[in-house]
Structures are given as C-alpha cells and as structure tokens.
Design a protein around this ligand. Structure first.
Ligand code: FRU
Ligand code: BDF
Ligand code: MG
Ligand code: MG
Ligand code: CA
Length: 597
C-alpha cells in the first residue's frame, strides 16, 4: 500500500497521461484525471528580506508578508516558497542557520509564523519552507558542541587532522585536500579549539554536516517533522549536489584531491581551479533524497490532508538532475527537481532554436509520468529581464505559464523587475565579498537580484517606512512598480494575471504540447486537448522583426483571437488573426486561442 501511494504521489502529468481515456469517435470530451495541487500550480519564490518590511528596520519580515498576502490572490499565485526564515548570523542571509527550529528575530516570531501559515491557508495558498540540510552555521549548537567534542555531536560535521606540513612538522598541518569552496578559498577551515580542519563547501561559517552519521540523518527528519507538524506544505531543499563528499575509507584513508581543471585563469584558491569529482553529484546523496521522499510520503499517509512535497535544488547536468526525480530501479525522490535550464542554458544571445532545444531537453530526459517545472530566476542569479532583454518579459512569463507542469516565479518577475545597481560599498553578499574585489565583485554578486520589491513609487518603493534598507532600492522603481502596473492599461502585471487565469484551463493542465522553431528568431508552442480550445504561443526572441507563416503551426485554426500579447505589441486582446502571414516585432509574444482542432 505504501508503495502504491508513493507511486501515485510521484507520478504526474506527462501530458498524454492527463487524459485517462478518449472516446473512439471524436469530438467527445475526454475524461481527465484529477491533478494534485503541486502538479500544475503557479509557484512563487519570496525572498523574505526584500519582500515587505513592517517595522521600519529596513529588513523584510513575516508581518510584511502577512500584510501583502492578498497580492498572491490578486496575481493568481497558488503556492509560495520562502527563502530561509530561521535563526541565523546572516553571513549568507539565512542559508547559515544557527537554529533550525526558531524564527530569526528580524523576521518575527513563531506566533507570527503560525499566523502567516494560517492566513495563507485561509486564502487557499500553500506555503513551503526552505530546508537547508547540507550545512549549519558555526554558531549553531551542533557546531559548538562538535568543536568541543561533545560525544553526541562529535561526528556531526566533516572533521580531519589534515596533512603534516613537511616544511613545518610541528606547526599547523596542511588542509586535507585541494577542495575549493563555492564562495572561493579552501573548503577546509582550521579549528584552533579542536585542532582539526572542518569542511565547508560554502562560506567558512557554513560547516558541512556529516551525512554518513545516522544521528545527522535523524536530526533532519526531526527538523522536517517539526515544521510539517506546524502545517507547512513542504520544502524547497537547498544545495543538494554538495550533500555528500568522497569517503576517505575509499581512498586509502585520506580525502582525495579533486582533479585540476587545467584552466590557466584560475589560481588554486578559486572556484574553477578543480573539477568537483569528489565534492559534487556523488551518487550516495540520492539515497538520502529517496529516504526523505519515503519519509514525507509516510507523513502524508499518516496525517492525511493535502499532499506535502519536496522540491529539490541543485545545479547539475541533465542526467544527475533527473536522478532527483528517482532512478530506474523504482526509487522515488523529489516531487520535482527545480529546472534551471532557462537560467543556465539560454540568455539574451540565444535564438529560437536554442529555446526549443532547451525546453525539449528537459521534457526528453524527464522520467515517464514525472512533472516538469520552469523558472527564469531566483535569489542566486541576475533577474530575468536583465539576463534576457526588457522586451522579452511578457513572452518569457507566457512561456513559463504555458509549458506543461508547474511554473515558478521569482519575486518581482510578475512586474518585470530588473537587477538593481549595488555599489561595492553597499555590497553585502558573501559570495561577492569573498570571490571578488572592487573591480570584479559584479561578476559574482547576487545582491542585484535581491534588492527590495517595488510596491509603488513612494518612499523606498513602499517597501519600508524606515530611512534605510538592507540593500538599496533599485533606481527604476518609479517606472517599474506594482501600483503603477495595476493602473496602467497594459502592464507586465496585467499580462501575468491573464496568464495565471489561463492556467486554469484544461488545455494547459492536461493538454499535449508541440513546440518548434519557425526561424532563428521565432518559435511556436502549441497546447491542445480534444474538444477544448487550442492555445498557441508565438514568440520572437530575436532583435529584428520576423514574419511567420501560420500555416506551419499545427492545430492552429484560423481565425484565432489574441488572448494576451506583450505590452509593446500592436495587437490588443481580442484582435482577430485570420491571415496566414503574421509579423512579430522584436521580443513580441502573442497567445492565440482557437477552437479545438
Ligand atoms: C543555492 C543556495 C544559495 C546559498 C547556498 C548555500 O541556491 O541556496 O543561495 O548561498 O545555496 O545554502
Ligand atoms: C553553486 C551555487 C551557485 C549559486 C550560488 C550558490 O555554485 O549554487 O550556482 O549561484 O552562488 O552556489
Ligand atoms: Mg522588518
Ligand atoms: Mg525588525
Ligand atoms: Ca556536504
């Protein structure tokens, strides 16, 4: 029974599967299966520090999110995941957790959290937390006790004596291996207290847990149980490729060096100097993910109610990414791994063929009956309109919402927020500070994607009533803000609202897809389902106008009508498209509705 439930939970809408049965004589309405909430929701990432500040300290907080919950109803968002809100010294703005069971004081109290969750649920919105299992702050009780060799915590982290230094036999040993941290510098840090090195794949203050210790694994179950018992709908699970490193037992008793990349531009302390063979994507980490899935499926079974989910995070090649879904032996992992292909594989330089290829890559490699997901940004990457072009915002949001599976929006994408300018003096991101200097920090900084949300054109963009903010407000807030976009006749936000409404149609939740480049500049995405309207996205991702031959678009019956268009399009909602020739301006996107083919 457990297995059946697990299987049912894992499977989702590879689209044909949405249709349980079609009658032999069309056009009769197909019988459609029920979808679980997470299989086709509009998911939204909140970066809590920058969403809304309620107490004028310049830092966003839970009360602020609570005040603005209606925004999600208005925008048509079904579910939210929040970057970490737990107690933290904020070296990596919450990804360095010192107490996994407490709310950070700048963000609020446990009572406020409970209230936020309750109100979100009253509004029909699911709320997911960010679960950060790879590491804990060096100020966590776990680390403090481990450093003291308290037997209960002694092996909670990856400790090693290091290698005797031939040049200095009585001095501090050399680091155990050449491993490089994600934020630059050696991944090993010396502890004077314990006279050993500990591993940190991220900042020095983020010590890597030892996942070969059963007590660590148990602690992770306890943390998840704690929040599930409070009622959360699941977790986004952080930094999974780094969960487990090579075991010295398999390498003659010492930590093996990662091979060198051979790239001359990197020095030994720089990320890129090595190839992460022993530090990333280790096959054993997937077993941990599969155990978590079993755990959450059991939790669902025991407690009933709506399905709680795991969405996994990690940048890896397609094969290692797909293993998060599960493996061919029938193990099941995350409900889905986040799809970062629109972030890593395409940019302003990409043409229509690159887009189609990137989309089909995910859909091709995805296991049978798995659920896809799409996103263009997050707190770690430059914002979507900056990475692509400003005139592509509506087309990219359309693509996100029209593809099969779940759409993921990063805070601000619904209004087309761009990167904010953050000077070196104002820079606070540990990655930028550690890897860069005054001249190079912009190559690494994640601050531009984390500047506060633009609510309106007033004081501090409506983010705070205080005089300072933890990161500057982006300079373009008077042009780009929610209040203005609600008033303007045409706006990114209004397009976004129409897109989330459109997602409710069965063609998008249950329909098949067809996608193809029409030229280097333009491609079509067709969604179709017997007896339901056909929906067609036409998108010119190029920088010159492009004339399309609509006879080449399958299932598109003309005349068709424009359901939504990019704000700079000359075709308004309701425009009838009859001719076979259609010219799209640079960046222009149209969604056409036509009767079922
Ligand atoms: C990756 C990330 C980063 C954070 C790191 C370590 O997406 O979430 O934001 O710095 O993992 O937790
Ligand atoms: C892995 C990674 C980056 C991300 C951030 C944290 O290197 O997850 O992709 O941009 O710097 O580390
Ligand atoms: Mg505040
Ligand atoms: Mg405060
Ligand atoms: Ca690790």
């Amino acid at each position: 029974v457990v297995l059946t439930i697990a299987l049912l939970g894992a499977i989702g809408g590879l689209i044909a599967w949405g249709v349980i049965a079609t009658q032999k004589c069309l056009p009769e309405t197909p019988q459609l299966r029920n979808m679980d909430w997470w299989e086709h929701c509009a998911l939204y990432q909140i970066y809590p520090r920058s969403f809304k500040d309620s107490d004028a300290d310049g830092v966003g907080d839970l009360e602020g999110i609570m005040q603005e919950l209606e925004h999600f109803v208005d925008a048509g968002v079904d579910a939210i995941w929040m970057s970490p809100i737990f107690k933290s010294p904020m070296v990596d703005f919450g990804y360095d957790i010192s107490n996994f069971y407490e709310i950070h004081e700048d963000y609020g109290t446990m009572e406020q959290f409970d209230e936020l969750l309750k109100r979100a649920h009253e509004l029909g919105i699911k709320l997911l937390l960010d679960f950060v299992p790879n590491h804990a702050s060096n100020e966590s009780m776990y680390f403090i006790e481990s450093e003291k060799r308290n037997p209960k915590y002694e092996d909670f982290f990856i400790w090693d004596d290091g290698i005797p230094d031939p040049a200095n036999p009585n001095g501090r040993p050399l680091p155990p291996s050449n491993w490089v941290s994600q934020f630059g510098g050696s991944a090993w840090e010396w502890s004077d207290k314990r006279k050993q090195y500990y591993l940190h794949q991220f900042a020095i203050q983020q010590a890597d847990f030892n996942f070969r210790n059963p007590a660590v694994k148990q602690e992770m179950f306890d943390i998840m149980t704690f929040w599930l018992d409070r009622g959360v709908d699941g977790f986004r699970v952080d930094a999974l490729p780094y969960l487990i490193e090579a075991d010295p037992a398999d390498h003659g008793g010492r930590y093996p060096d990662d091979p060198l990349s051979g790239l001359a531009e990197f020095e030994s302390h720089q990320l890129g100097y090595t190839i992460p063979l022993y530090t990333k994507d280790l096959i054993e980490l997937y077993d941990v993910v599969y155990e978590w899935r079993e755990f959450i499926d059991n939790y669902n079974k025991e407690h009933g109610g709506d399905t709680r989910v795991l969405f996994s995070e990690g940048y890896a090649n397609i094969t290692m990414t797909m293993l998060y879904y599960g493996n061919e032996e029938g193990k099941i992992g995350a409900h889905f791994p986040f799809n970062f292909d629109f972030i890593t594989d395409v940019s302003a330089k990409s043409n229509a063929r690159d887009f189609v290829y990137t989309i089909l890559k995910w859909l091709t490699y995805m296991p049978y009956r798995a659920v896809a997901n799409w996103q263009f940004g997050n707190h770690d990457n430059n914002r979507m309109p900056t990475r692509f072009r400003h005139d592509m915002v509506d087309g990219l949001n359309s693509l996100n919402m029209m593809l099969p599976g779940t759409s993921v929006t990063y805070q601000g994408e619904e209004i087309g927020m761009r990167d904010g300018y953050v000077s070196w003096e104002d820079t606070v991101d540990v990655e930028a500070c550690n890897r860069g200097d005054e001249d190079t920090y912009h190559l690494y900084s994640r601050d531009p994607a984390r500047t506060p949300y633009h609510w309106n054109d007033g004081h501090k963009a409506g983010f705070t009533t205080g005089d300072t903010t933890w990161l500057p407000i982006a300079e373009d807030y008077q042009e780009i803000n929610l209040a203005k976009q609600k008033e303007d006749a045409k706006s990114h936000y209004k397009v976004y609202q129409r897109l989330t409404a459109l997602r409710k149609e069965k063609t998008l939740s249950h329909g098949e897809y067809d996608i193809r480049a029409l030229s280097d500049s333009s491609f079509y995405l067709v969604r179709y389902l017997s007896t339901y309207d056909t929906l067609v996205l036409l998108f010119n991702v190029g920088t010159t106008q492009d004339t399309l031959d609509l006879n080449r678009v399958p299932y598109l019956r003309r005349p068709a009508t424009v359901y939504v268009s990019s704000i700079h399009s000359s075709r308004d909602i309701g425009t009838v498209i009859d001719a076979s020739e259609l010219t799209l301006a640079p960046g222009e996107a149209l969604i056409l509705r036509s009767p079922s083919a």
